[in-house]
Design a protein around this ligand. Structure first.
Ligand code: FNR
Length: 184
C-alpha cells in the first residue's frame, strides 16, 4: 500500500510551545506507511484581501503548495479564550482561498491539541472543525487527542514524557493514515 504523506501545522509560534512539542512527538510516533513533515506558520502574514489580489506572499504560496503536495494535513491547535488562536485561523483562512479551488478543498484533515488546562483544547478543536465544514475538508471525526495538563506531559527538553499520551497519539496517527487512504 502506498505511503500517506501528512503535513503537520502547529498553531503556535513560540519556541517552547506545547503544541509544537506535540507535533514533534507525532513525527516520532508516525506509523509505518506515513510520513509527517511540518510547516512553520511564522512567515504567513495576516490575511488581507488586497494583498491576496496582488498575489500570494511567499509564505502563503509555500503553505498552499505544501498542503497541495500532502495527502492530509494535521492541525495541532492551542486554545485561546475558548477558541482557535488567530495564528491558526489566519492560516486556515489563507488556505481556504480561492473558494472553489482552495488548497484545503476536499483535503483530509486531522485536529489535535494541547493545553495546560483541564479540557485540553476541546473548545478550540470544535471551533476549528467548524471551519473545515466551510472549506469542504474531510475532517476525521474520531478519535480525538485532547492533551490536558500538557505542561506535565513534556519534559524540560520538550519531549513527550507521558506513556499514555504517546500511546493514544500513536493510535490517532494510525487512524489518520487509514482515514486519508479512503480519499487517496
Ligand atoms: C490561553 N490559554 C488557554 N488555555 C485553555 O485551555 N483554554 C483557553 O481558553 C485559553 N486561553 C488563553 C488565551 C490566551 C490569550 C493565551 C495566551 C493563553 C493557555 C494556553 O493553552 C497556553 O498558553 C498554551 O501553552 C498555549 O499553547 P502553546 O503556545 O504552548 O502551544
Amino acid at each position: 500500500m502506498s505511503d500517506v504523506h501528512v503535513l503537520g501545522v502547529a498553531g503556535s509560534l513560540r519556541l517552547g510551545s506545547l503544541n509544537r512539542a506535540l507535533l514533534r512527538a507525532a513525527m516520532k510516533l508516525s506509523p509505518s506507511g506515513m510520513t509527517l513533515e511540518t510547516f512553520d506558520l511564522a512567515d504567513v502574514p495576516l490575511y488581507n484581501g488586497d494583498v491576496e489580489a496582488a498575489g500570494d506572499p511567499p509564505g502563503v504560496a509555500a503553505f498552499k503548495d505544501a498542503i497541495r503536495a500532502a495527502n492530509a494535513v494535521l492541525f495541532v491547535t492551542p486554545e485561546y479564550n475558548h477558541g482557535v488562536p488567530g495564528v491558526m485561523k489566519n492560516a486556515v483562512d489563507w488556505a481556504s482561498r480561492p473558494a472553489r479551488d482552495a488548497a484545503l478543498n476536499a483535503k483530509p484533515v486531522g485536529i489535535i491539541g494541547a493545553s495546560p488546562g483541564a479540557t485540553g483544547t476541546a473548545r478550540g478543536q470544535s471551533q476549528l472543525r467548524q471551519a473545515f465544514e466551510f472549506t469542504n475538508s474531510f475532517c476525521m471525526p474520531q478519535p480525538e487527542v485532547l492533551v490536558f495538563r500538557a505542561h506535565e506531559k513534556f519534559d524540560a527538553n520538550g519531549e513527550l514524557a507521558d506513556a499514555k499520551t504517546a500511546e493514544f497519539l500513536g493510535k490517532y496517527l494510525e487512524a489518520l493514515r487509514v482515514w486519508t487512504l479512503r480519499f487517496k
